[in-house]
Design a protein around this ligand. Structure first.
Ligand SMILES: [Zn+2]
Length: 125
C-alpha cells in the first residue's frame, strides 16, 4: 500500500530495486528495469537508488511500488504505481489518476499460423 507521508527511513527499509530485477515471468518475459528523475534536480535515479516493493498479483501481473532516492537533495521521488504484465506491457498511473498503457518488451508475434499450430499441437512442434 502506498503511504502519503513516507519518510526516508521507511523507504530505506525496502529492498533495493536492482536486487529485485530482472523479474522473470512464468512465460520467460523479463522485466528489466525502471529509472526515474529526481523531482527537484532532475537527476536520473537508477535502480540502485530506487527502493521498491514488488507484489505478485497473480502469475501474469506484478505491482511495483517504487521510490527514488536522491541523496543530493535528500528527497524521495515516488515512482507512479505500475502494473507490469507478462505480455510485455505495463500500466502506469498518471497524474490525473488514470492508468496508461506502455510497453517494455515487444509483443510476442507468433502470428495466426503459430497460434493454430499451438492450438492443434498443444505447443509441441
Ligand atoms: Zn535531486
Amino acid at each position: 500500500m502506498r503511504e502519503k507521508n513516507i519518510t526516508i527511513q521507511k523507504v530505506e527499509r525496502l529492498p533495493i530495486l536492482a536486487s529485485l530485477l530482472p523479474y522473470r515471468f512464468w512465460n520467460d518475459t523479463t522485466f528489466d528495469s525502471i529509472e526515474t528523475l529526481c523531482e527537484k534536480c532532475s537527476k536520473e535515479i537508477g535502480p540502485e537508488h530506487i527502493r521498491a516493493e514488488i507484489t505478485e498479483t497473480n502469475r501474469s501481473v506484478i505491482t511495483i511500488d517504487a521510490y527514488g532516492l536522491c541523496y543530493d537533495c535528500r528527497l524521495i521521488t515516488p515512482v507512479a504505481p505500475m502494473r507490469v504484465r507478462d505480455d510485455g506491457s505495463f500500466l502506469m498511473q498518471v497524474k490525473s489518476g488514470c492508468w496508461k498503457e506502455y510497453r517494455y518488451a515487444p509483443e510476442k508475434t507468433i502470428g495466426l499460423l503459430g497460434q493454430l499450430i499451438t492450438l492443434f499441437t498443444g505447443g509441441k512442434q
